[in-house]
Design a protein around this ligand. Structure first.
Ligand code: A2P
Length: 267
């Protein structure tokens, strides 16, 4: 179906899908979202990542990207940073509908509900593009099968960077497939470098208790709660230390437990 001018100029590597860009939306000069067609045979668990690249070289540069769309979606969504000299993102930020994006056929990752033991509340702690795997999970009915309440936190430098997550949650209610679950999700957005109604790093807000008082919820408790963490390396290290101090233990698919973490795509 691809038109002549969109045909890749280099052969598609083995075990790689060549998919078509469906839509692109730029949020800021650092962040954009794009959606591509989904190969019929591609299966993944909500929360996983894949390697993506562009057909612009004999040996394309691939980077890990969390899939932001849920496992039932007909398209694949990604939420990306733009790095001026980033080996992939300097080119990826210029994609247009109709262009080709390469995607390796195997997905993987630790931010999956099966790596956690059952619990009442699921806390998803993110910064920047680290919200992407949670955009997948909050749109998957399986997440609500396993947890009664979802609390998604998103911290960015400024308000414009929070828009992706705010749209995600405000659109949930209108979604015919998953709208019924919308009342069970709470979004807590904060900024660190621009004045807004909710400010501060999530680590500080949890430690001070402001996070709980703002939402009117009980404090994190490893007996009843599960935690997923995704964002910058320092953030995940600090939140890991914080939840371990509270008695949470890291889980995996082989040995599910009370929290899991993954570093967001960086460059
Ligand atoms: P800050 O502005 O105080 O550094 P970045 O855009 O650099 O990836 O950061 C995304 C968000 O993550 C920023 O709001 C940043 O806050 C926050 N952040 C960075 N490091 C940490 C950390 N160690 N713990 C909590 N939040 C962090």
């Amino acid at each position: 179906k691809a038109v002549e001018s969109d045909a890749p100029k280099f052969p598609i590597p083995a075990n790689v899908y060549a998919e078509t860009v469906v839509s692109v939306h730029h949020y800021t000069d650092r962040l954009f979202k794009f959606r591509i067609t989904r190969p019929q045979s591609f299966r993944f668990r909500s929360g996983e990542f894949v390697m993506i690249g562009l057909p612009n070289a004999e040996k394309p540069v691939f980077r890990a990207y969390s899939i932001a769309s849920p496992a039932w979606d007909e398209e694949i969504e990604f939420f990306s940073i733009k790095v001026p000299d980033g080996p992939l993102t300097q080119h990826l930020q210029r994609i247009q509908p109709g262009d080709t994006v390469l995607m390796r056929q195997k997905s993987t990752g630790t931010l999956v509900v099966d790596a956690l033991t059952p619990g009442k509340r699921l806390f998803m702690i993110s910064t920047g593009t680290g919200i992407a795997p949670f955009a997948s999970l909050v749109r998957d009915p399986d997440t609500y099968d396993k947890f009664d309440q979802l609390v998604l936190t998103h911290t960015c430098r400024d308000a414009a960077e929070l828009v992706y997550g705010q749209e995600l949650i405000s659109n949930l209610a209108e979604d015919p497939l998953i709208g019924e679950f919308a009342p069970r999700v709470t979004l807590y957005s904060t900024t660190t470098r621009q004045q807004t109604s909710h400010m501060g790093r999530i680590t500080h807000l949890i430690e001070s208790g402001k996070f709980y008082s703002d939402l009117g919820i009980d404090a994190l408790n490893p007996e009843t709660d599960r935690v997923m963490i995704c964002g910058s390396m320092h953030m995940i290290q600090d939140v890991k230390a914080l939840v371990e101090k509270l008695g949470f233990e890291e889980g995996s698919l082989n040995s599910p437990n009370s929290f899991v973490l993954e570093r967001a795509f960086v460059g």
